[in-house]
Design a protein around this ligand. Sequence first.
Ligand code: PEP
Ligand code: MN
Length: 673
Amino acid sequence: MKKINTAREKLDQLDSQLLDIIAERISIVRNIGELKAKKGMPVLDVHRERALLTRILEKADERDLSQHFISQIFRQMIRYGRSTQETILAPLTHESPVVQYQGSRGAFSWLAAHKYFSVRHADIRMTGSRTYQEAIDAVSADNAAYAVLPLENSLAGSFHEVIDLVSKSPCSIVGEEIIPIDLCLVALPGAEISDLQVVFSHPVILQQCARYLATLDGVQTRPHEDTAEAAAKVHKDGLKSQAAIASRHAAELSGLAILKEDITGVGADFTRFAIIAKQPVSVDGHLPAKTSLTLNLPNEAGVLASIVNAFGKRGINMGKLESRPSSDGTGLTRFYIELDENAENPGLKEAIDSVRQIARSLRVLGCYVDRARLESESDELLARAVDPDPDLSAVELQSLPGKTPTRKPASKKANYKFDSQPDGERSIVQVGKVCFGDGGFHVIAGPCAVETPTQLDIAARDTRDAGAVLLRGGVFKPRSSPYSFQGLGWEGLRLLREAGDKYGLPIVTEVMAPEQVGRMAESADMLQIGARNMQNFDLLREVGRTDRPILLKRGLMASIDEFLMAAEYIMAQGNFQVVLCERGIRTFETATRSTLDLSAVPVLRERTHLPICVDPSHAAGRRSLVAPLSRGARAVGADSIMVEIHPDPANALCDGPQALSGKDLAELIEELS
Ligand code: PEP
Ligand code: MN
């Protein structure tokens, strides 16, 4: 215990030092910002940022630190620095402003206000209002300098009421802030999901979580003014039958426990908030800016096209265009438009002048820093920071497969190219205790998709009992039809992790989008790139930056060269743990779902040191063919196979016809061993 305490004290000391260093770094960044402002230089200097991150990652590598986590930490640091510099070019007009947000402490508007104003070091006083209208009225009546109100959620869409209120008010949009929404189901400490009868939250939030809420049998939903209020109500009522959907922060503030985290379950969830003030501001030309406007158009053919054209032909992108029904009997349609341009830009001024000729009325609602662009443009470039050879030409790339690379091996990484090692040595990719490429023949098995806790539990048990070594299961499913079952999302991942832990099996699951990668890598032991994403280069780069092994499936129409190039994308980012999976390609043959290209296996063995897996299930599409193709895969030199199973194939939500039963799997593995 004494040793632990001493170690903890040391940690505390290091944390304080870290904070001091961060504070010093920010103050230097601020000085640089002031110099940049004097010289009229832009805040964004992506080339410098990129060089900085590359250097840091090299140093991290020397210290055996995970490049994935270090790059995340430094990206946040760079982001913080950029926001600090932005505040120098776009300062607040009030020194100690009153900021009005809708809702109560802990509401997402409150979090957004905090994020926006804390970096500006303003001595703010925050007050919550009951409604959006009240918040805007406070600004109109000079009772508050700013209001922070939600404009748009990445999943649920616009907050129409806010857009309408701002349009009709004398106020302007002077800034925007974006925050990730981590929605949790929160209830009294000790309450269980089975106790719940009613869930309260903001209506947009309830809509966002509809998919998760549908899984709670017999539980009703009730709209509430805001998430933090909903949490406060649950606390005040003191009933175990009640829950709220709110932020983690709101749960902490109101003394509630988190029953379930991250319940949105689909895609990235962000909300964009508008910072509203009485007077408009102008944005320094060195910052990416946006301009919002609202206009009324007559209901006539072609009028909208001429408006869109007026901006388009001047090269101005319209980031958002929304119509609002008119309720005032004028027969006009009101539009809300966001343009990716500074209001001071002469081209935009000209376009607005010409639009005024057509529109019945037009009002510029404000010009403000484009937060997404400020953050993402440079993130995208920063993302390339870890590319060890960004200048590799197309000619060089084409010459790579199977031949000696034409470029000089620049670093030790050249050894990890997919070409066969000179001594014919094969790479081993380890997942948990399983070593692909160690000369053994391993079986990955599990359901096509995670469907229910029971289905997964039986499938995982069958997988273990049969002697398979890795549990598969899709939670984000790439389906040909948007109406087919799309997977359980993050909830499915949680179930898969639980089942893997219960039966002692590492888990592999498909990641479909770059933004899913970080979170997925936290839970899954191996990440799968599906056939349909084999050439999604952003995704390949993103998984290449993780420290997770990757199961890369061959694209339906991909040549072996392209398949190897896809692997190269991953390895070029520093992740050499790639297992190649042949899963059938599309040919003229219709007797099977795809044509399993077994000849690819020996070809790959000649060309690469990477372990090779074969997926007979997706190739065949029929369970009767899975065993013979598995035997074939083994015979031609595959290191592993991946097979789909289901406890009740006839009722599987996905790929039932190709699913084996647990018994079939056990027999197959018995035969292969
Ligand atoms: C899968 O393995 O779940 C899958 C969808 O396979 P593929 O990408 O090969 O079609
Ligand atoms: Mn499947």
